[in-house]
Design a protein around this ligand. Structure first.
Ligand code: AKG
Ligand code: MN
Length: 198
């Protein structure tokens, strides 16, 4: 393998791989269309200072029945695996050598949809979780920020790409997707996880 083919991203205190052209374009296009149409997308809310505030994107939590997940104070019961998502999960398991029992799908409808800076470090993900993140549609800038050093690392996640985070990545880094004023198309992101419920 040639050096420039290595998927490893050089980041301190992290273990991150990025595969820009992971799904071929035609598969990525097909998955994008299928997921938009067939997932049961919902507008979820989080409670901030006693008010219900719309999450700025649509979501769908999918997985094995036991994989319930609490996200920003929201308890989520997974819907069953949709066939195309199951197929992408199988590819992710082959590449990472890890098994996933759940996925959070996010649909960013335009530049006003976003995700605040956070770490995927909920107790049910266990220590040093492996997270496989697949992007379909409009590329958006994925921003990493080191919790202590304040340094940033940005990756413009491409259509059909795979980003894998492991090891101490969640412990030392936050990540998120900012809003943009640019007029852009929509994007779906799938983050595959393994939930340990007792
Ligand atoms: O949309 C993305 O790339 C980020 C999604 C994410 O961080 C999450 O679902 O926890
Ligand atoms: Mn995340």
């Amino acid at each position: 393998m040639q050096l420039f083919d290595t998927p490893q991203i050089a980041m301190v205190d992290a273990d991150v791989q990025y595969y820009p052209n992971w799904l071929g374009i035609s598969d990525a296009d097909a998955f994008f269309a299928q997921l938009k149409q067939n997932l049961s997308w919902s507008q979820d809310y989080i409670r901030i200072y006693g008010r219900d505030v719309k999450i700025p994107r649509l979501q769908c939590w999918m997985g094995d029945p036991a994989a319930t997940y609490t996200y920003s104070g929201l308890q989520m019961q997974p819907v069953g695996w949709a066939e195309p998502v199951k197929q992408i999960k199988d590819y992710c398991e082959q590449v990472t050598g890890h098994s996933f029992n759940s996925v959070l799908a996010n649909w960013y409808r335009d530049g006003q949809d976003s995700m605040g800076m956070h770490s995927d470090d909920e107790p049910e993900l266990g220590a040093q979780p492996v997270i496989a993140s697949v992007t379909l549609g409009e590329p958006r800038k994925f921003i990493f920020k080191h919790k202590q050093l304040g340094i940033k690392h940005e990756i413009p996640l491409a259509h059909g790409s795979l980003l894998v985070m492991r090891g101490t990545t969640q412990q030392y880094w936050q990540h998120g997707i900012n809003k943009t004023k640019r007029v852009i198309d929509d994007r779906i992101n799938l983050t595959f996880r393994h939930i340990f419920n007792n």
